[in-house]
Design a protein around this ligand. Structure first.
Ligand SMILES: Nc1nc2c(ncn2[C@@H]2O[C@H](COP(=O)(O)OP(=O)(O)OP(=O)(O)O)[C@@H](O)[C@H]2O)c(=O)[nH]1
Ligand SMILES: [Mg+2]
Length: 318
């Protein structure tokens, strides 16, 4: 069985068929504040975990495409880092890249967290979107959290927000999948007729190696607290495939010795837990057995250094 996630560069030239008549296709920007559920939504629509998610804000750092191909359309979702006020050079790159993504899509879904009232951050993004002529849908997520008593007021406030902006509104839960098929239909109807941009069986534009690094970072987001998750970057040093097992060597970069000690834990217990959890996720990704070896390295102030950021894969995207 082929791996579900493949490096598109290996396959592009030969496997893209001609699209049938009236086929719709295009790029759909998923944009919003950190933690509103953009990556969770993309995974659910694609039907496979390609983006990592966590309760920690600023989980997504790279633009990541998730591809949904049906008989009638190819929807290419562009997951973006949450838009926030940046406090370091990494934050600047994340926000700038999220904004660049908006300029090159066919439809934008502004995702908001429906379990809390419209916030300043949502209005700030709405203002950014006003400068573009792209169709925008307001996506109110997390409706599974709305209690019957609180939700009429909350939904009313989002209805007013959508009306002010002149946007259609869709409410859903990325977690339980309620409302997702209506959202998908609404997006599809707003896409132009066009070709397949990617082979129909491809689910993401990112190579497996990138997703492996992300799956390790996801466990660190889940298992550590405060500054540690934000100070971590991953590099995959080696992936060796044998018929029986895939051997993955990865380095976890942190900014300080104290963060390294937290990551390693008492007698290596934390690193062991991260390794066990991440290995299971990577096994699911590649559909095979994995041996995962993790190293921790201190790279002082990597989030502030242009060169180190670039080495670790964080660049301004065009
Ligand atoms: N209850 C509930 N939780 C959700 C829903 N969608 C996402 N979440 C949770 O919200 C948290 C953030 O989800 P993410 O998908 O990582 O959010 P994001 O918008 O991609 O966040 P950033 O990458 O930091 O910008 C996670 O703990 C998710 O499990 C939903 O529909 N209902
Ligand atoms: Mg995300």
């Amino acid at each position: 069985m082929p791996h579900p996630v493949m490096d598109v560069s290996d396959r592009l030239p030969s496997l893209i068929p001609a699209s049938p008549p009236h086929f719709k296709s295009g790029f759909v920007g998923l944009i919003g504040r950190p933690n509103v559920g953009k990556s969770t939504l993309m995974n659910q629509l694609v039907g496979q975990k390609i983006a990592i998610t966590s309760p920690v804000a600023q989980t997504t750092r790279n633009r990541l495409r998730g591809i949904v191909t049906t008989d009638t359309a190819q929807l290419i979702f562009v997951d973006t880092p949450g838009i926030h006020k940046p406090h370091h050079q990494l934050g600047n790159i994340l926000v700038q890249n999220a904004c660049t993504s908006i300029a090159v899509v066919d439809v934008i879904v502004l995702i908001v967290d429906g379990s809390v009232p419209v916030g300043k951050g949502d209005r700030y993004i709405a203002n950014l979107l006003n400068t573009s002529s792209m169709p925008v849908l307001l996506g109110v997520n997390k409706i599974d959290l709305c209690t019957p008593e609180a939700s009429p007021d909350l939904m009313a406030s989002y209805n007013i927000f959508a009306q002010e902006q002149g946007w259609p509104i869709f409410s859903f839960s990325a977690l339980t999948q309620i409302g997702l098929s209506q959202l998908q239909v609404a997006i599809e109807t707003r896409l132009p007729e066009g070709p397949y941009y990617y082979p129909p069986d491809l689910v993401t534009d990112q190579p497996e190696r990138f997703i492996m690094g992300e799956l390790i970072r996801e466990q660190i987001l889940h298992l550590t607290r405060e500054e540690v998750p934000h100070s971590v970057a991953l590099s995959i040093e080696k992936v060796e495939e044998t018929p029986k097992i895939t051997r993955v060597l990865a380095t976890i970069h942190v900014e300080r010795e104290s963060q390294k000690s937290i990551l390693i834990g008492k007698q290596g217990s934390m690193l062991k837990t991260i390794g066990i959890e991440a290995r299971q996720q990577i096994q699911k990704l590649i559909n095979g057995k994995v041996y995962l070896e993790l190293f921790v390295k201190v790279q002082p102030k990597w989030r502030q250094s242009q060169n180190r950021l670039a080495d670790l894969g964080y660049r301004i995207e065009s």
